[in-house]
Every structure is written in structure tokens, then in C-alpha cells.
Write a protein that binds this ligand. Structure first.
Ligand SMILES: NC(=O)c1ccc[n+]([C@@H]2O[C@H](COP(=O)([O-])OP(=O)(O)OC[C@H]3O[C@@H](n4cnc5c(N)ncnc54)[C@H](O)[C@@H]3O)[C@@H](O)[C@H]2O)c1
Length: 418
């Protein structure tokens, strides 16, 4: 079998230009690339990656390859692969199995092709590699040294495996570093979700009732950016602290059942299921638009939408119109999959620079460790701080350093009111 499976290798030149553009905005990863080229810390590593196959991921793949790794790549969502980018990677020797618009069977075929090579490190966005290994390719576990996880939903799945005693190799929760979720989830998802909605619909956001499901890292970013575009943002939550935060940030907070009646646009990003359920859709106005920016396509109850509809038309790429039995039109973006990746290009390169710098340094750390127990680990603080420092340097921003007197003061319990 061929060592790659992409839509059209003829797109490689266009893909190279996209990768070049991304790399120019990823200074931290570029620095790591240079060091990896010299030190080759990943020599001998077969690294299986199940990540959104975007131009930024290509910059990561080439950084890992510069470090000596043999990278095996599949996409982490059936709609998020950038065909030009994977064509470029295939042409320069990466073993890549990904194309845009896959069926579920094709998606898992690609996951399994990556596993056929027997990776010693796995790098997931949503835990599908880990999950497939544990559920149907358990013979590979012995050979896996460790893995890393990029997103909140994946970390939730992996912690559930750990709690069940089912996790059989160590995983590093890259999502939980400050340099990942505080920036990628918030500013990345915030901007790119708006980008996806606008590319799919080209509507005006100003003056619209814009309902955000959740007020976690991602949803906060979405609410903030939608508000900046002049939308009237309404937040729904199940966590009282997060709901309170949304209120004090200036947003209206109410149950989804109330928001459903007045919303023009609905966006979910919770990691939960049926956040927009059938009874919510039954209450929506004619013309309401729904999108999801959480990991899986379960946040909007799609079977319920199909069930209540008499017909469906694709009006534009990533924009489907459903006609309900009571004659309303409801619109669904990107088939309910991550709208920022399926209808746009995912996060800006500048923010993936940090997430993928974390991933590179974590791969190096896993490979260099003697033996780790099968648990979900936090990323060492030194990696987070290195990435933040390099990012600031790359942006030409200097910060202060604690003086000796300040260190002494901050670590003493003897100094108080004077
Ligand atoms: N679109 C992207 O590119 C992208 C990037 C990063 C993460 N994600 C995904 O986005 C999702 C959210 O990630 P996060 O880091 O913001 O998680 P988070 O844990 O910070 O926030 C999730 C929030 O959703 C709330 N919530 C749960 N169920 C709810 C419900 N039924 N109604 C309303 N609110 C509910 C929780 O209380 C929590 O505040 C995850 O699936 C994650 O994997 C997507």
C-alpha cells in the first residue's frame, strides 16, 4: 500500500505556499525547528499524529521531522483537512492519510493506517488514536511509550479512561498548559469561530442576538469576539461560577430554552451533548442559524433536527437549510462539526505557534523519560514558561524581572504592615 492517501498530490505547490505563510507567523516553533535540526532529539521515534491537518499542523510535522521523527499523520475531523497542505506533506515524504469530507468509515480507515506503522508516541486531538489503540489495536500498546492530547474533550475522555483503570500508557495533557488553553482555546477559537460563521453565511453580526452555549475557555473567546462585532451576546451555562463570570463580563445569561426563542445565531462550545436540543429548535425563530465549535458534532442534536425537518438544501459551502414540519427554516453550519475548522481554516498561526511548541517539547520530553506510569500527566511548568518566554521574545516584548529584594519579600512570611 502507498505511504500516503490524499485527495490530489497535484495541489502540493499551493500547499507549500500555505505552509510557508503559516511558518512565517510561528516564530517559537521555528526556533524549536532549528534546535531540533541540530540536536535530533526525536531520532528513532515513530510518531503517530491525529490532528486537524492544517497548514499550522504541517509546520509542526516538519519540526518533529527535523528532530528525527518519522511522522505518520491522519486528520482529527472528517471536515477539517486542508487538501493542499496534506498534498505538500505527502510530496516531501510524510506518511499522511487525510482528505477533506470523509465518511466515518474513511476517517477510521485513516486512523488505522497510521496505527499500522506501530507508533511509539501518539499525538491526539480528541483521543481517537488512543481510543482506537485501546479498543481494537491493543497489540500495539506494548510498543507505545506515551502520548499527548491537544484538546479539552480528549483530556476529558482520557481522564475517564484513567479513572476506569482502562488507560494503559501515559498521556500528557497538553491542552491543560496555560500556553495552550488560555490562548488557543480562547483567542484562537474566538476569532476563528467568527471567521467560520462569516465565511459560511456572510451575514452581519452587528445587532444580532448571538447565543453562546457555554462560558468555558473557548466560549468566552467566542462571546468576546462576537460582542466586539456588535452582536448582542447571550450566554447559557450549567456552571454557576462561569455563569456569574459571564454576567459580570456584561452578557445576558439565561437557560437555553429562553435563549432559543430570541436567538438569531447559536454557537456551542462546551464538550457536552445536546446543548441545543430538539425542544430548543422547536422554539427557534424562522431563519435561526446554528453552529458548533466544540470538538464533536453532538452539541447540536442533529438527529432531532433531521427528524423535525421535511427537507434540506445546501445553499452555500458549509450552509445547510432545513425546512421544519411547521414551515420554518433553520440553518446549520458545517454539518454541526467544528465551524472554525470546517468552514474556515482553524486558529490563526500565531496562536498555534504556542500549542504546537508545547506539543514538540512534550514529544521530546516523553521520548527522553525513562519510564512513566499509565496516567494522565500535567505538562511540566518549565515547558509552559519556556514557550511563553519565547513567544514574548518573538513578539519583541520585554518584561520586568524580580529584583533580589522582591524575591526575598515574596518568599518571606515575616514582612507585613509597616
Ligand atoms: N473549535 C476549536 O478549534 C476548539 C479548540 C479548543 C477546544 N475545543 C473544544 O471546545 C469544547 C470546549 O472546550 P473548553 O476548553 O472551552 O472547555 P471548558 O471546560 O473550559 O468549558 C466548557 C464549558 O461548557 C459548560 N457546559 C457544559 N455543558 C453545558 C450545557 N449543557 N450548557 C451550557 N454550558 C455547558 C461547562 O460548564 C464549561 O463552563 C471542547 O469540546 C474542546 O475540545 C474546540
Amino acid at each position: 500500500m502507498a505511504d500516503y492517501n490524499v485527495k490530489d498530490v497535484g495541489l502540493a505547490d499551493q500547499g507549500e505556499l500555505l505552509i510557508e505563510w503559516a511558518k512565517a507567523h510561528m516564530p517559537v516553533l521555528s526556533l524549536i525547528h532549528e534546535r531540533f535540526e541540530e540536536e535530533r532529539p526525536l531520532e528513532g521515534v515513530k510518531l503517530g499524529a491525529c490532528l486537524h491537518a492544517t497548514k499550522e499542523t504541517a509546520v509542526l510535522v516538519r519540526t518533529l521531522e527535523a528532530g528525527g521523527a518519522e511522522v505518520l499523520l491522519c486528520g482529527s475531523n472528517p471536515l477539517s483537512t486542508q487538501d493542499e497542505v496534506v498534498a505538500a506533506l505527502a510530496t516531501t515524504g510524510t506518511k499522511v492519510f487525510a482528505w477533506r469530507e470523509q465518511t466515518t468509515e474513511e476517517y477510521y480507515w485513516c486512523v488505522n493506517r497510521v496505527l499500522d506503522y506501530g507508533p511509539v508516541i501518539t499525538m491526539d486531538d480528541g483521543a481517537d488514536l488512543v481510543n482506537t489503540i485501546h479498543s481494537s489495536r491493543a497489540d500495539l500498546i506494548e510498543g507505545v511509550k506515551g502520548g499527548s492530547e491537544e484538546t479539552t474533550t480528549g483530556v476529558i475522555r482520557l481522564r475517564a479512561m484513567e479513572a476506569d483503570g482502562a488507560l494503559r500508557y501515559p498521556i500528557i495533557a497538553v491542552n491543560d498548559t496555560d500556553t495552550k488553553h488560555m490562548f488557543d482555546n480562547r483567542y484562537g477559537t474566538g476569532q476563528s469561530t467568527i471567521d467560520g460563521i462569516l465565511r459560511a453565511t456572510a451575514i452581519m453580526l452587528a445587532g444580532k442576538n448571538f447565543v453562546v452555549g457555554g462560558y468555558g475557555w473557548c466560549a468566552r473567546g467566542i462571546a468576546d469576539r462576537a460582542s466586539g462585532m456588535g452582536a448582542n451576546v447571550i450566554v447559557t451555562e450549567v456552571n454557576p461560577l462561569r455563569a456569574l463570570e459571564a454576567v459580570l463580563d456584561g452578557f445576558r445569561v439565561m437557560p437555553m430554552a429562553e435563549a432559543a426563542k430570541i436567538g438569531d445565531i447559536f454557537v456551542t462550545s462546551t464538550g457536552d451533548i445536546n446543548v441545543v436540543d430538539g425542544h430548543h429548535m422547536a422554539a427557534m425563530k424562522d431563519g435561526a442559524i446554528m453552529a458548533n465549535s466544540g470538538h464533536f458534532n453532538v452539541e447540536i442534536n442533529l438527529p432531532a433536527l433531521e427528524e423535525m425537518s421535511t427537507g434540506k438544501r445546501r445553499l452555500r459551502p458549509s450552509l445547510d437549510e432545513y425546512t421544519t414540519k411547521d414551515g420554518r427554516r433553520l440553518y446549520l453550519l458545517a454539518e454541526g462539526r467544528l465551524v472554525n475548522l470546517a468552514a474556515a481554516e482553524g486558529h490563526p498561526s500565531e496562536v498555534m505557534d504556542m500549542s504546537f511548541a508545547d506539543q514538540s517539547l512534550v514529544a521530546e520530553w516523553i521520548w527522553g523519560e525513562e519510564k512513566m506510569e499509565p496516567r494522565v500527566y500535567e505538562v511540566p511548568r518549565r515547558i509552559d514558561e519556556t514557550v511563553a518566554r519565547l513567544k514574548l521574545e518573538g513578539m519583541g516584548i520585554e518584561i520586568d524581572t524580580l529584583t533580589e529584594r522582591q524575591v526575598k519579600y515574596l518568599t518571606s512570611w515575616k514582612e507585613g504592615t509597616v
